[in-house]
Design a protein around this ligand. Structure first.
Ligand code: ZN
Length: 115
């Protein structure tokens, strides 16, 4: 799967999930709860319950950070495009001027495509 397809798939999953921001509630009314809530307050819809507080904090942060990071990576990939015919022997990146794929694109694809 290409990096762009992976990012689109991730964004689709995020779009279908309960909207954020989420909050981690280690306690509710002074009692251990360890729940992740979509809207803190009375009668809050619980998204998930976790056993460990670090897991709750991580999942909660991921709801906002994941889509933001995916969007940033997608925008970077859209900027660093191949510029056909920019060099007599190989295409260059439109931003870096390095041979395509440039180090920026290679770094992203290495992590998202396993290349
Ligand atoms: Zn580049």
């Amino acid at each position: 799967m290409t990096a762009t397809a992976t990012l689109a798939k991730y964004q689709a999953l995020a779009d279908q999930a309960t909207s954020g921001p989420w909050s981690f509630l280690p306690l509710v009314n002074g009692m251990p709860a360890r729940t992740i809530s979509a809207r803190p307050g009375f009668g809050t819809p619980t998204v998930a319950s976790v056993q460990a507080e670090p897991d709750g904090a991580f999942i909660t942060a991921s709801r906002s950070l994941g889509p933001a990071m995916a969007a940033a990576l997608q925008e970077i990939l859209e900027l660093h495009k191949k510029d056909p015919g920019s060099h007599p022997y190989e295409d260059l990146c439109t931003v870096c001027g390095d041979y395509y794929p440039c180090p920026t694109v290679s770094t992203i694809t290495k992590h998202l495509e396993g290349k």
